[in-house]
Design a protein around this ligand. Structure first.
Ligand SMILES: *[C@@H]1O[C@H](CO)[C@@H](O)[C@H](O)[C@H]1NC(C)=O
Length: 398
């Protein structure tokens, strides 16, 4: 009986032995990504096969949360497309997110249902550099998981570097179009969610990028949108373009952000009436003007009362004074009662007379006493002379 317990204990020991800790720095305002390597965790589940280099391909999922809380910090997002793919923790910390984030990652093997826990410490450190000039590109032919691996990020960076002519580019944000109101694509090859990629630099936008701000560009985009044809870039200041076709950007959804100028302060709210002067004291009015409650009293008390009274009187009149049936019976005089009596007697006599005229015709068999319904046989006329109630019981049974 103790065997399962020992196995469990051993598993726990092994699991805790392999529990890893990672410590990462995330500068404020820069894109941060931590890849949860499926292959590495796979091997952790199979410490023996790791030695022999034979690791089964188990589906593995990750559950991530901040230590002592049910969810991740607001700036960190988590994604994993499929249990056979790597998972990603990513996001852009802001000034208010400064500090240490201890992220607990529960690794679940979907085949054996073994789990173990890993901890990642993400330190949000001060801003490394100011990136006053930022450009957001839309990459239509990508899903977020395909852009997060460092190699793909590097390819995109290379493309943008050529267009921008700056070598200090940094990623500021990478967002799935689904997080920005995009539609879930059809599950068919060739349909993608689309990804927004934001990069920043200290260098002002190149000629190629500035083109996005021109009215010519806006008109070309409008024309392309209306005709449904793909947008053709107006001038060709952008040398290179995209090396990998799926990294090509959609120019009409490119936007430039210039954060170098200080933001204008928000307009001062206009004071409405009813706001006290600062320092003043509330002075309640001495006496309120008298209010006339009489119309309310009439509407809520007098009127329903009068209505109820009228209805009561009407009902009383109908019930007491207009009961016609009762009135008639009470009014039946003795003469009338006598008349009724005579009528009844007369009717009875008439009926007897009608019965007398039937004498010649034999009465229906069913009316005769002792009639046998099955054989149709009836007793001899002698017996018929007897009154049925005077026939002795024995004779009646013959
Ligand atoms: C990054 O993108 C996400 C999703 O659109 C947004 O919530 C977040 O504020 C962005 N962060 C920065 C620094 O732009």
């Amino acid at each position: 009986m103790a065997a399962p317990h020992w196995t469990l204990l051993l598993t726990v020991c092994v699991a805790s032995f392999f529990t890893a800790h990672a410590n990462k720095n995330a500068p404020v305002g820069q894109f941060f990504v931590y890849e949860l390597q499926k292959e590495v965790h796979q091997a952790d589940f199979n410490p023996v096969s790791k030695i022999y280099g034979q690791v089964p391909d188990d589906p593995i999922v990750f559950k991530c949360n901040k230590q002592f809380s049910p969810d991740l910090p607001a700036w960190i997002r988590y994604t994993q497309r499929h249990p056979h793919d790597n998972g990603f923790l990513y996001g852009t910390p802001m000034e208010e997110d400064r500090g240490k984030n201890i992220i607990e990652i529960t690794v679940i093997n979907r085949r054996t249902y073994e789990t173990f826990q890993e901890t990642v410490i993400i330190n949000v450190v001060p801003r490394a550099k100011l990136m006053p000039f930022q450009v957001e590109f839309f990459i239509p032919r990508r899903d977020i998981e395909k852009v997060l691996p460092p190699t793909v990020q590097y390819d995109i960076l290379q493309d943008v570097q050529k267009m921008w002519g700056a070598d200090d580019l940094e990623f500021v944000n990478i967002t799935s179009a689904l997080d920005r109101g995009g539609r879930v694509p059809l599950p068919i090859a060739g349909y993608f969610e689309g990804v927004y990629v934001k990069l920043g630099s200290e260098r002002y936008f190149s000629k190629c990028l500035q083109e996005v701000l021109t009215p010519l560009h806006a008109r070309a985009c409008e024309a392309a949108r209306q005709s449904g044809r793909p947008y053709v870039k107006v001038t060709t200041d952008c040398s290179g373009g995209c090396l990998v076709p799926s990294n090509c950007v959609e120019w009409c959804r490119t936007s430039l952000l210039d954060l170098s100028k200080p933001e204008p302060p928000p307009p001062v709210p206009t004071m409405g009436s009813g706001i006290l002067e600062t320092g003043g004291e509330f002075d309640p009015p001495e006496s309120l003007p008298p209010r006339d409650f009489f119309p309310d009293y009439v509407a809520t008390v007098i009127f329903p009362f009068v209505l109820a009274l009228i209805l009561f009187l009407l009902l009383a009149y109908v019930m007491c004074c207009r009961r016609e049936g009762l009135e008639k019976r009470d009014a039946m005089t003795p003469e009338l009662q006598l008349h009724h009596h005579h009528t009844i007697i007369g009717n009875a006599d008439e009926l007897r007379g009608m019965a007398g005229t039937r004498e010649g015709v034999p009465p229906p068999l069913s009316t005769l006493p002792m009639f046998n319904r099955r054989t149709g046989e009836h007793p001899p006329p002698l017996q018929r002379a007897y009154q049925p109630d005077s026939i002795p019981l024995i004779m009646a049974q013959q």
